[in-house]
Write a protein that binds this ligand. Structure first.
Ligand code: MD3
Ligand code: FE
Length: 205
């Protein structure tokens, strides 16, 4: 099958982090989660639970709940504390790969158990679309989907593995995307299995 082309500005760096670096990143993320526990995000208006568990690090974090919907804010929705700092390894990654002058303001941490998924969506809660989103996958493999700027555009599926980095710049920044499924038991990185995805972002214009 020929497959569809990927949107311009999409870069996939397979194995960008080796096993030792992945282990250091997991240690850093465990510290983030200790300070800012994973919480259950809820859809705007309906209050329906998402299957992915979330937290953040950085000056701003992406949150969602029934009453106030999708937004960035400086504090954890449950502890009310400021988010912990973005770990230096992730700042280094951004400085090496993002091609953008300013450092990331937000790092969303998504945790997927074996049954979690993320429906097709666009990331447009930011005011700055000139900056890319830089994403890191850790733990179990997943099937990632990416289309174009219209929901009806053709979709490509590709597996993402532990240590992979994906950079969404240019036209791909506003591409529809999602996570169709997790492949349980495909990685030994996380003691209890599952998948972590980290997304580094600029938020303000
Ligand atoms: C394409 N996360 O947090 S990472 C998200 O695996 C999100 O948890 C997925 O979609 C995950 O919003 C996908 C790859 C990714 C991240 C951001 C994008 C792809 C993107 C932004 C624009 C286009
Ligand atoms: Fe997204």
């Amino acid at each position: 099958m020929a497959g569809f082309s990927l949107p311009a500005g999409f870069r996939h760096l397979p194995g960008r982090f080796d096993r030792a670096a992945q282990e250091r990143l997991v240690t850093d993320i465990r510290a983030v989660v200790s300070a800012a526990p994973l919480y259950v995000p809820r859809m705007p208006r309906t209050g329906k639970e998402m299957s992915v568990r979330m937290t953040n690090c950085g000056a701003l974090g992406w949150v969602t709940d029934k009453e106030r919907g999708y937004r960035y804010q400086a504090t954890h929705p449950e502890t009310r504390n400021r988010w912990p700092a973005i770990p230096p390894m992730l700042l280094d990654l951004w400085r090496e790969e993002a091609g953008f002058d300013a450092d990331p303001q937000a790092c969303l941490v998504n945790f997927y158990d074996a049954d979690a998924k993320m429906g097709l969506h666009q990331d447009r809660d930011e005011q700055e679309f000139a900056a890319p989103v830089v994403s890191v996958s850790l733990g179990d493999d997943c099937l990632f989907r990416i289309g174009g700027r219209e929901r009806s555009d053709p979709i490509r599926s590709l597996p993402l593995k532990s240590g992979d980095v994906v950079i969404l710049g240019g036209a791909s920044r506003l591409a529809f995307h999602g996570v169709d499924r997790i492949y349980p038991g495909t990685s030994t990185l996380l003691k209890n299995g599952g998948r972590i995805n980290l997304t580094l972002r600029r938020v303000t214009g």
